[in-house]
Design a protein around this ligand. Sequence first.
Ligand SMILES: C[S@@+](CC[C@H](N)C(=O)[O-])C[C@H]1O[C@@H](n2cnc3c(N)ncnc32)[C@H](O)[C@@H]1O
Length: 243
Amino acid sequence: MTPPGKLFGVGMGPGDAGYVTLRAREVVLEASLVAHFAKKGRRGHARTIADEAIGTAGREMALVYPVTTEIAVADPGYGAAITAFYDEAAEAIARELAAGTDVAVLCEGDPFFYGSFMHLWRRLRGRFSVEVVPGVTGMSGCWSRAGVPITWGDDVLTVLPATLAKDDLVRRLGTTDAAVIMKLGRNLPKVRAALIEAGLIERAVFVERGTMHGEIVCPLAEKADDEAPYFAMVLVPGEGRRL
Ligand SMILES: C[S@@+](CC[C@H](N)C(=O)[O-])C[C@H]1O[C@@H](n2cnc3c(N)ncnc32)[C@H](O)[C@@H]1O
């Protein structure tokens, strides 16, 4: 009987091909099947990084989200559609693994940091051998490119999804020394209002497409509009001990 294949969650870093690790490259080149998440009609971000860093892969499987931002996450229709999608994607990968195929799932940034891969990992980890290849996170790519050291001395860093309610953002910003606010997109006006209320707007730095083509870095207070793509975040650097 053919021994089962191994599942890899491969962190591809924040965008710049130079930030793909040696281990990520090795796993992608050696895997018999490369899987990647994508929006309908789009090439996934992790797959685009692989194009530049590694070139063409062998066999590929696109895992196409049935919905992304067109339905609110709180809508029951979203949960049902996305759960069914992860169930089917996990079973499609399970069939390949059972047949002895090693499968590398490409992940933007780090697989275990707000990653879609985690939903496959949860469904498959008891049944198959899994290796997670860590990646440079989007936030570390962003603070490096922005030239903004994020935590000094005993600073506490809080990572906040911009999808939280404004009052939650204000409350959490009030109890931290430094913050990273992710998943910006259409939430930027709310995030800006929360930063003003928390007295942090002057420290906030906006980063769009950090380390990718078309990167934009600017103080949030100087950004004239409230337009932001999904691949954007706000950094609030700590001001802790300087020696
Ligand atoms: C679902 S999370 C995925 C995080 C990813 N696994 C990581 O390790 O960074 C997506 C969010 O990460 C942030 N992000 C990731 N990479 C980014 C980049 N290169 N530039 C700006 N924001 C980025 C954005 O806020 C985006 O909405």
